[in-house]
Ligand binder design. Structure first.
Ligand SMILES: *Cc1c(COP(=O)(O)O)cnc(C)c1O
Length: 370
């Protein structure tokens, strides 16, 4: 018998798959880390105290399986019922569950017909996890380009160009968008959502830094789910807490495919304590927004082309040298930003908004390098 080859044990589709590539988390002393959109400010003191106090013998117990208390508190915050909410191990887990719950894996019969039931649709550029989730599930993807200035195409443009599928089983819309930082109005989103016959996930990971949010669409249109996370705005990436708001029918379908204890107990406690400290976080949003606007102006003055942002990062096209060279030059000065080797955004850097001091250092470095 032929010796066993471990690679043959892995599904062929997986052997050749490119995984999602998260931003680096280097451990370099003094590094100014502006590459993964983490919040530069720590969690509220009460959140840290709550987590510390919970670390004792109770860690042997399972946490609440449905994050019940957290869902109740979120429901009060959003003016809905706990049945409208599911909590995940970060919103990434819920995005994956949406694919598993609402999209058919691509079969031969789907390939023959129009594969709308097996289709995951999204605009490009947006969150690069979506196509990876579709591929893992064996679903088809429909990446549709945004307008050249990263604006949302008009409904009639989508109808005319025929590439957009109004029957797609699942459509992801990052709003405000990443990595462009562009905001879409709720009016435009509503128009688009109402035209869709499949599920639409509005991924609002950065919405706390924006002028408006589309939560009411999740509570008025049965096909719309809004995705939120404690990671970026609430300084809680480490704890992995995200949630969906939407129609109880969609939410209960997702509960069925959830791991029994998908949300860790310390994370649940940290998120609950966060909701008791909202004024602290709102003050941080204001600081980050002010720093973002200052950075945009300063870099603009140095010849960067900075896109208007409603997030905690900016997308900026640096002057002179290629963006990838800027990335390296900034790294030499211990400033880490993000560069995507992808069509349409190759000429840009994505820069997370740091503290005021970090931002001054960045502006100083940009001035020397330009
Ligand atoms: C960061 C991010 C997420 C994931 O957030 P987690 O809750 O930490 O999993 C989802 N969507 C977008 C667009 C993001 O940028």
């Amino acid at each position: 018998m032929k010796p066993l080859s471990p690679a043959d044990l892995v599904r062929p589709m997986l052997r050749q798959m490119y995984p999602y590539v998260p931003g680096e988390q280097p451990k370099i002393k003094g590094l100014i880390k502006l590459n993964t959109n983490e919040n530069p400010y720590p969690p509220a003191p009460k959140v840290l105290a709550t987590v510390r106090k919970a670390i004792d013998g109770r860690l042997r117990l399972y946490p609440n399986p449905t994050a019940e208390e957290l869902r109740q508190k979120l429901a009060r915050l959003h003016g809905c019922r706990p049945e409208n909410i599911i909590v995940g191990n970060g919103s990434d887990e819920l995005l994956a569950m949406a694919v598993r719950g609402f999209v058919e894996p691509l079969s031969l019969s789907h390939r023959a017909r129009r594969p709308s039931r097996a289709l995951v649709q999204f605009f490009t550029p947006s969150y690069s996890l979506y196509p990876v989730l579709a591929e893992i599930h064996g679903a088809a993807t429909n990446p549709v380009p945004l307008e050249p200035d990263f604006k949302l195409p008009e409904l009639r443009t989508l109808r005319r160009d025929k590439q957009w599928d109004f029957g797609a089983a699942l459509t992801f819309i990052t709003t405000p968008n990443a990595p462009s930082g562009t905001a879409y109005t709720t009016t435009r989103l509503q128009e688009l959502c109402r035209a869709q016959r499949g599920v639409v996930v509005l991924d609002e990971a950065y919405v706390d830094f924006a002028n408006e949010n589309a939560l009411r669409l999740a509570l008025s249109l049965p096909q719309v789910l809004v995705s939120r996370t404690f990671s970026k705005a609430y300084s809680l990436c480490f704890q992995r807490i995200g949630y969906f708001v939407g129609h109880p029918e969609l939410i209960s379908a997702l509960h069925k495919i959830r791991d029994s204890y998908n949300v860790n107990g310390l994370g649940q406690l940290a998120a609950l304590a966060t909701l008791d400290a909202l004024p602290y976080y709102r003050a941080n949003f204001r600081k980050i927004i002010a720093t973002r606007d200052l950075l945009s102006r300063e870099l603009g003055g140095l010849g960067f082309q900075v896109l208007p942002s409603q997030t905690n990062f900016i997308l900026a096209r640096p002057p002179g040298l290629p963006a990838s060279t800027w990335l390296e030059n900034l790294r030499e000065r211990k400033i880490l930003v993000r560069w995507f080797d992808q069509p349409g955004i190759r000429d840009y850097l994505r820069i997370t908004i740091g503290t005021e001091r970090e931002t001054e250092t960045l502006i100083g470095a940009a001035r020397k390098l330009s």
